[in-house]
Design a protein around this ligand. Structure first.
Ligand code: G3P
Length: 214
């Protein structure tokens, strides 16, 4: 399973990359807004740090606007994946991008049928938002399971990119289901590393080492 990092904070991306864990990056308008920096500057810097797919989101909601943004974004770097919302105009834009060699990540997916449509339109990635589904008492990971099943049934190449991850349990379930990618906030990535038995075991080893004659 691939790990993307879900942030526009370049310092977090550098830290995570140093751990050897980052296969790509996803951003969205909210994450970019948190940086207080210009969109194009942030995306270009991320592309210079990570050699992998970098999702950058359009903000137009009509086909012409989305295609114009997709063209602009794809000029920034060859690794750019244009993130497009799962609305009717978005699906049209995804189909256009597929025909013109521009990679897409279809975002704001909340149902397996939406995911089926995105795959048929030619999306490279589908982003089901599991945390936001859990927030409204739906089962986000059940949606991922259904998407994986449908994509396997029909051999779609679209990769299942689990997004809106809130805790390590989401990642464990995604890995067991065979999802292609998890995009993980930096804080959750750190949670994955830590285990109290690792800390306790290390403290004991170091304490015992002091008793060994040097
Ligand atoms: O990048 C999209 C997604 O991961 C957003 O997550 O936490 O805002 O629901 P969240």
């Amino acid at each position: 399973m691939k790990f993307f990092i879900d942030t526009a904070d370049v310092n977090e991306i550098r830290e995570a990359a140093a751990l050897g864990l980052v296969d790509g990056v996803t951003t969205n308008p909210s994450l970019v807004a948190r940086t207080g920096r210009k969109f194009a500057d942030v995306i270009a810097e991320i592309c210079s740090v990570i050699d992998g797919p970098i999702s950058a989101e359009v903000v137009s909601t009509d086909f012409d606007g989305m295609v114009a943004e997709a063209k602009q974004l794809s000029k920034i770097h060859e690794n750019i994946v244009v993130k497009i919302p799962l609305i009717a105009e978005g699906l049209k834009a995804v189909a256009w991008c597929a025909d013109h060699g521009i990679a897409t990540n279809v975002t704001l997916c909340f149902s397996p049928l939406q995911a089926l449509l995105a795959a048929k339109a030619g999306a490279d990635y589908i982003s089901p938002f599991v945390g936001r589904l859990d927030d409204i008492a739906h089962d986000g990971m059940e949606v991922v399971s259904q998407i994986v099943e449908i994509y396997e049934n029909y051999n779609f190449d679209t990769e299942v990119l689990v997004a809106s991850i809130r805790h390590p349990g989401h990642i464990l379930e995604a890995a067991r289901m065979g999802a292609d990618v998890c995009t993980v906030p930096y804080s959750v990535l750190m949670q994955l590393i830590r285990h109290p038995l690792t800390d306790a075991g290390l403290a004991k080893f170091l304490a015992d080492w002091k008793k060994v004659p040097q």
